[in-house]
Design a protein around this ligand. Structure first.
Ligand code: F1P
Length: 326
């Protein structure tokens, strides 16, 4: 079995590790997250920085997310404001841009990583979530990092934290859709895929696009859900799979589903309710923005099985290295 599949299946275990990392952090630090925070990372870690920035904003703070390289070389173009903390995310803790990005703002630094690393040593504070992964691509570490930091955010803003045991179980529930996803990929030889998501599910759509490119070497796109109508949807036809990530669908989602089906595309809806799609994966109830962790395994499994169907080894994607140093 590929390490990547083993690691996707360890998502529930990653949530428990995340909870322990959160508990250890607050036991050893008299520190609460501030309200004005800049988040940064590269690749999947950048797509993880986005929902963390959104969660900060939803709680009444102000989160801004940038890829490391933009923070380093173009930050004057972004509404950085007057941040009180810079959060740098890097699974390896050794990515060149992530390390350099720590120096980009003269504010306290916070690292989120899987290892004692250059990042954790250079940061003033670190959440070290040992969701270790053998394969190049980030899988269960993504929801684990998100959950650990979200717990710290909720704690810092005086909100009730999630029940990690319950969340872990719910991610296990979602993993039961693995066979369904495998049958979808085996039964529908889609030629391109469009991922759609809104709010904190838009970065999940972006991460889905990246996983499909990294693991399956497969052309994919990601858009904020209803933006897709404005030109982008023209590429959707009988060879297209549209993956609609949604929490609570409403009539717009049903209408969009029908529009894509009228163009010959097939739709997979992932959410609390179906939208009249060709395929449907029900996601258990969990308060947003915590519910993000229930969507990541679905898109990771979809990319994994597409890679396998294309005869590729998702553990070692072409041209990619686990740690990008230069
Ligand atoms: C960042 C990253 C990964 C990507 C690939 C190359 O790694 O861009 O997101 O999937 O593995 O490296 P890290 O800074 O999170 O270790």
């Amino acid at each position: 079995m590929h390490a990547t599949l083993r690691e996707i299946r360890r998502t529930p275990e990653g949530i428990i590790k995340a909870q322990k990392a959160f508990e250890d952090f607050i036991a050893n630090h008299d520190f609460l997250l501030p309200r004005e925070v800049v988040y940064t990372g590269c690749g999947s870690s950048h797509f993880l920085s986005q929902p963390l920035a959104m969660a900060t904003t939803r709680l009444g703070g102000r989160g801004v997310a940038l890829p490391c390289s933009e923070l380093l070389y173009a930050k004057e173009n972004y509404p950085i404001g007057k941040p009180e903390l810079l959060v740098a995310i890097s699974r390896s803790g050794e990515t060149t841009e992530a390390i350099r990005a720590l120096e980009s703002l003269d504010v306290p630094k916070f690292g989120i990583t899987a290892y004692e690393s250059t990042l954790s040593r250079k940061a003033d504070y670190s959440l070290i979530v040992p969701a270790h992964e053998e394969s190049v691509v980030m899988t269960h570490s993504f929801p684990a990092f998100y959950f650990a930091y979200l717990q710290l955010l909720l704690h810092s803003f005086g909100k009730e934290t999630h029940d990690a045991g319950l969340v872990s179980e719910l991610t296990g529930e979602v993993l039961k859709s693995e066979g369904y996803i495998r049958e979808l990929v085996d039964g529908f030889d889609f030629r391109n895929v469009i991922f759609l998501g809104s709010g904190i599910l838009y970065p999940v759509a972006l991460e889905a696009m990246l996983k499909m490119k990294e693991m399956a070497l497969f052309w994919s796109e990601a858009y904020p859900t209803f933006e897709v109508r404005h030109g982008f949807k023209s590429i959707a036809d009988k060879g297209t799979l549209v993956v609609l990530l949604v929490e609570r669908p409403f009539d717009w989602h049903e209408k969009l589903t029908k529009e894509f089906q009228s163009q010959g595309a097939k739709v997979l809806t992932v959410g609390r309710k179906d939208t009249g799609a060709d395929y449907f994966i029900e996601v258990p109830e969990l308060a947003p923005p915590g519910n993000l962790v229930l969507y990541t395994s679905v898109i990771q499994l979809l990319a994994y099985y597409k890679a396998v169907e294309r005869g590729l080894n998702p553990d070692s994607p072409r041209f990619l290295s686990k740690v990008v140093k230069w």
